[in-house]
Write a protein of this length. Structure first.
Length: 283
């Protein structure tokens, strides 16, 4: 991987459960959640430049360049370590925005990990994860790179080895505001903490789901429809809904029945972020 333009697969994630156990003085919610990566990718292309500028070109994404978390991540790293090199990048977006699949967090993490190599900073992943937390609470799990049980605001990570089923993920073509969900007075914020063992035994839910379904009734419609075939649950603060299946054939069969006005994906679960291996292969 020594060519001047490098392409990386930036994966999505699912929250297999999400509890809120309290709230910090700064307003951040204290969580218990489980992250697992999925084979649904945004494709990021990076090319190092010598002019010190960070620019985007030829991208397929609805995000304005000024708001692009890839640009923000690159500038954060460049500024902190006084890097004179620049970056030209593009993104081919496939992970739905506002769907709870962590596409933006994954893109930020990929950017930090790749530039750590290309700009020869040689930072530890733990250092990058701390930096990534400034960009979003879900960024560290993508940098640490393993499916994980998470506490705190999502940054206290314990790797877990999870089953790797096939998932049907349905995006009901709507953007859910995370801030709106977390601001709701109806949100349960006093869950009793549970253990990893309890989760693996089948306990746990997503406390954001009832609030999201009340604010966005289409999410409830997706849950009801998909639950005909397998237990369905919303990921993160929504809007995507997922259900697991034992085989690709089962998952594809259910996907084929989904109404055309929803976006349905069949994806395989992963327990490692492939960007980790890609970066290890870089010179």
């Amino acid at each position: 991987m020594t060519q001047s333009r490098l392409i990386f697969e930036s994966p999505g994630k699912l929250n297999l459960m999400l509890h809120i156990t309290g709230r910090r003085d700064d307003g951040y919610h204290l969580l218990q959640t489980v992250f697992q990566f999925i084979e649904l990718y945004d494709y990021l292309t990076f090319e190092i430049t010598k002019d010190g500028l960070i620019t985007r070109s030829g991208s397929q994404t609805p995000v304005n360049e000024a708001d692009d978390i890839i640009l923000l991540a690159a500038k954060l790293l460049q500024s902190k370590y006084q890097i004179s090199l620049g970056l030209r990048y593009s993104i081919e977006k496939h992970i739905p925005i506002g769907g709870g699949l962590g596409g933006g967090s994954s893109n930020a993490a990929t950017t930090l990990m790749v530039l750590n190599k290309l700009w020869k900073l040689n930072l530890e992943l733990s250092e990058l994860a701390t930096l990534g937390l400034q960009l979003g609470a879900d960024v560290p799990v993508f940098i640490e790179g393993k499916s994980a049980w998470a506490n705190g605001i999502g940054e206290e990570l314990t790797p877990v080895d999870l089953p790797k089923p096939w998932f049907v993920v349905i995006y009901p073509q709507l953007f859910v505001s995370t801030a709106e969900i977390f601001a709701s007075e109806q949100l349960t914020r006093n869950c009793d903490p549970i253990t990893i063992r309890a989760f693996l035994a089948g306990q746990g839910c997503n406390v954001c789901e009832p609030v999201a379904c009340q604010l966005y009734p289409d999410i409830q419609k997706v849950i009801d429809w998909l639950s005909q075939y397998s237990k369905a649950r919303m990921t993160g603060t929504g809007a995507c809904v997922f259900a697991s299946f034992d085989s690709l054939e089962q998952a594809e069969s259910v996907k084929s029945l989904a109404p055309e006005y929803w976006s349905a994906f069949v994806v395989k679960a992963m327990n490692q972020n492939p960007v980790i291996e890609q970066c290890e292969l870089m010179q």
